[in-house]
Design a protein around this ligand. Structure first.
Ligand code: NDP
Length: 287
C-alpha cells in the first residue's frame, strides 16, 4: 500500500493561522505588532527568492517586515553595526541574516550571527538558544526542524518511545532535530558521512529524517516498512527540477507516511518563522 503523503501546505497553513491569531491578540491586548527584519547582503538570486517569500508571509499575516539590503562589498563592521541598530529597534522582534554571506565576510559568519540579541534570534542559531534547546529550556528553535516536529505532532505520528534516525548533523537541521526528537521521548540515533552500516541503522527507524543534501540518497531498502520518512533535502537537479534526499517514488511504496519534495518540509520553514517572530514578540510584550 502506498504511504500517506504529508502535504506541507496543509500543516504550513495551520502554523500560519495560529501565528496570525496570536499576532492579532498581541495587537489588541498589548498594542504590539510583531516585526521581522531580514538582512540580505549582496545579490544571490536564491537568497532573493527566500527573502521575498518571508516578506510575503509577513504581509499575509499583517506582520511588520523590513528588508535591509546591503551591498556585496559590506564589511563585517558595517553588518554588525546594522545588527546592533536592529537589536535596539522596538518595532523589530525578529532579526535574521540571510545566508550565505558574500565570500569576504563568510568566515565571520558565527561572530556576525552571534551579535543578534538572542531574544530576537528567530533563526534559533545563537549559542544561547542552542543551549536552551539542549537543556530543554524554552527558547527560539531553528525553523526547519521545529516545523518537522510540529508537523509530526499534528499528523499524530507517535514519537514517545519510538526509534528515530536522523541522517545529517548540521547545526541548522540535524543537531536541533536530534534534540527535538529527544524532547519528545524518542530514542534517537544521528548519522553522518562517517557512519558505518548506514542502511542497517536506518532500517530500524520508526521515524527517519533525511537532511543530507544528496538527491534520492535514501532508497527503499533503507526504510522499515510502515516508517514515517521526513525528507528535508532540497536538491536542484535541473533548472526547473527539485528533488529531495529520498527516492520518493520507491520509498512511498514501503513507508507508512512520507513528505514530498517539493511541497513538503520546505513549506513548513517559512510558516514556522512566522511562529518564531510572534513568539519573540509575545516574550517581549510580556516582559
Ligand atoms: P549540510 O551540508 O550542512 O549537512 C549535510 C549532512 O549530511 C552532514 O552532516 C553530512 O555529514 C551528512 N552526509 C553527507 N553525505 C552523507 C552520506 N553519504 N551518508 C551520511 N550522511 C551524509 O546540509 P544542511 O543540514 O544544511 O541541509 C541538508 C539538506 O536540507 C540540503 O539539501 C538543504 O538544501 C536542505 N535544507 C532544507 C531546508 C528546508 O526548508 N526544507 C532548510 C535547510 C536545509 P558530515 O557532517 O559528516 O559531513
Amino acid at each position: 500500500m502506498s504511504a500517506r503523503i504529508l502535504e506541507g501546505k496543509v500543516f504550513a497553513q495551520q502554523f500560519k493561522e495560529d501565528a496570525g491569531r496570536r499576532a492579532a491578540v498581541l495587537r489588541e491586548k498589548y498594542g504590539v505588532n510583531p516585526g521581522l527584519a531580514v538582512i540580505i547582503v549582496g545579490s544571490n538570486p536564491a537568497s532573493q527568492v527566500y527573502v521575498r517569500n518571508k516578506n510575503k508571509a509577513c504581509e499575509e499575516l499583517g506582520i511588520y517586515s523590513e528588508v535591509v539590503e546591503m551591498p556585496e562589498t559590506t564589511t563585517k563592521q558595517e553588518l554588525i553595526a546594522k545588527i546592533d541598530e536592529l537589536n535596539l529597534d522596538r518595532r523589530i522582534h525578529g532579526i535574521l541574516v540571510q545566508l550565505p554571506l558574500p565570500a569576504q565576510i563568510a568566515k565571520d559568519e558565527a561572530e556576525i550571527l552571534n551579535r543578534i540579541d538572542p531574544a530576537k534570534d528567530v533563526d534559533g542559531f545563537h549559542p544561547v538558544n542552542v543551549g536552551r534547546l539542549v537543556t530543554g529550556e524554552d527558547g527560539l528553535v531553528p525553523c526547519t526542524p521545529a516545523g518537522c516536529i510540529r508537523m509530526l505532532e499534528l499528523a499524530d505520528i507517535p514519537l514517545d518511545g519510538k526509534r528515530a534516525v536522523v541522517i545529517g548533523r548540521s547545526n541548522i537541521v540535524g543537531k536541533p532535530m536530534l534534540h527535538l526528537l529527544l524532547g519528545k521521548n524518542a530514542t534517537v540515533t544521528i548519522c553522518h558521512s562517517h557512519t558505518e552500516n548506514l542502511a542497517e541503522i536506518t532500517r530500524e527507524a520508526d521515524v527517519l529524517v533525511a537532511a543530507i543534501g544528496k538527491p534520492n540518497f535514501v532508497t527503499a531498502d533503507m526504510v522499515k516498512p510502515g516508517a514515517t520518512v521526513i525528507d528535508v533535502g532540497i536538491n536542484r537537479i535541473a533548472p526547473k527540477k527539485l528533488v529531495g534526499d529520498v527516492d520518493f517514488a520507491a520509498v512511498k511504496e514501503v513507508a507508512g507516511a512520507i513528505t514530498p519534495v517539493p511541497g513538503g518540509v520546505g513549506l513548513l520553514t517559512v510558516a514556522m518563522l512566522m511562529q518564531n517572530v510572534v513568539k519573540a514578540a509575545e516574550t517581549a510584550a510580556c516582559k
